[in-house]
Write a protein that binds this ligand. Structure first.
Ligand code: MG
Length: 396
């Protein structure tokens, strides 16, 4: 049996997004959009032959960005209508040419649908032309009387809460939607209601408490917390080292701060050994080469460049992998100048570049007791370490 998934994502979702922000199905949950998560649930299911999304005409760009890199099992999106019912009907019409035996219709705002729930619907289609995922009502139900008083208690026996996916034999639900459209039977809030209206039998299959519909901003926040708690993070630490020799000049750059001195450090950029060591430490946490690889000294565009550029680039590389910098620590080896008076300024510059508070930025200095090249005041060296947390597995 060939089964299509039709994801309904044409709504504006005004309850969960502020004016001017994208509709909620495009908002990110732990770095991955809700719609992409929903689509992936069906793309990854072995018994689903194709996945198609019904979108709002204004959302083409949002959609393309959200679906980047997904396989061809995801077919071109279809334009929806003004109501959910219209959108589903237009989606079904758009699928006719694909010739599927069955279709599972699903809300974009339910990204946590499981493989078991999807399988349950497909299985249930063997005993009825329609099937819904549903859960028994567990709360006691009250009917309201005028004055916000309780009129009576309604038995919850045989009452179910309908979720999606809702599956149907393709031609049966297409005919039902066409008939409802022709006869102007509107206002139905799910596809099972259309099927019932058309006289189709609809089976009940197991839903899931985790298959929630993300409706409000609070729902989104709760889902985000849940995903973060489920994501396994790992901690990584790496080090960096750099040394530059003195040459004629009147200042040195150390830790992003310009310090008057009797000499300057020689180098292609501003020769800030502290930021160079720190940049290498950050690159080390993600195994992404070193500063010389990303900013070759042979490249004239980095002549005299502020080393803050290099540091920010390394931080961006960490962030792009979902990483967060926990702390950084530096030791400067120099007979002079004195570092103490400039420590707070260095923490401020590095803190601004990395988004870290001063208590996460260690800056220490030591002389070399007159020993070796540092002791002979031939140059300045710096060591750095960085600690980051990264998701230990990809989220998509
Ligand atoms: Mg260097």
């Amino acid at each position: 049996m060939s089964t299509a998934a039709l994801i309904v994502a044409a709504g504006r979702g005004s309850r969960a997004s502020s004016p001017g922000s994208p509709p909620k199905q495009y908002s990110l949950l732990n770095g991955v959009s809700i719609l992409r998560r929903t689509v992936l649930a069906f793309l990854n299911h072995p018994r689903i032959s194709s996945v198609t999304v019904v979108i709002h005409a204004d959302d083409d760009d949002l959609y393309m960005a959200a679906m980047k890199g997904l396989p061809a099992k995801l077919t071109m999106p279809l334009a929806g209508g003004t109501t959910r019912q219209d959108s589903v009907r237009l989606g079904l019409e758009g699928l006719v040419a694909q010739g599927h035996d069955a279709v599972l219709i699903h809300d974009a705002a339910r990204p946590f649908v499981s493989e078991e729930v999807i399988s349950g619907i497909i299985d249930a289609l063997a005993r009825a032309p329609g099937a819904i995922a549903a859960l028994p009502v567990t709360d006691t139900l009250k009917e309201e009387a005028p004055g916000l008083l309780v009129a009576r208690t309604i038995s919850r026996d045989r009452l179910w809460r309908a979720q999606t996916p809702q599956g149907f034999r393709f031609n049966a639900i297409l005919d039902a939607h066409r008939a409802a459209h022709t006869q102007k039977a509107g206002g139905m809030t799910d596809d099972a209601a259309i099927a019932e209206w058309a006289g189709l039998r609809v089976a009940i299959a197991p839903g899931s408490e985790t298959n929630i519909k993300l409706t409000t901003i609070e729902d989104l926040a709760m889902a985000e917390r849940r995903l973060q708690a489920e994501t396994a993070y790992e901690t990584r630490t790496a080090t960096g080292f750099d040394v530059h020799r003195f040459t004629e000049g009147d200042h040195v750059w150390l830790g992003g701060v310009k310090i008057p001195h009797t000499q300057r450090l020689d180098g292609h950029s501003d020769a800030d050994v502290v930021l160079h060591a720190l940049t290498d430490a950050l690159l080390g946490t993600i195994g992404d080469g070193d500063i010389g690889q990303h900013f070759p000294p042979s490249d004239p565009q980095w002549k005299g460049a502020s080393s803050i550029l290099f540091l920010k680039d390394a931080a961006r590389r960490v962030t792009e992998r979902g990483g967060r910098i926990v702390n950084v620590d530096m030791t400067i080896l120099a007979e002079a100048p004195k570092i103490g008076p400039h420590r707070a300024a260095m923490q401020a510059v590095i803190g601004a570049a990395l988004g870290l508070s001063a208590d996460r930025i260690g800056i220490k200095a030591t002389t070399n007791e007159g020993l070796g090249y540092i002791g002979r005041r031939e140059g300045i060296a710096a060591m750095a370490s960085a600690t980051v947390t990264l998701p230990s597995t990809a989220t998509d």
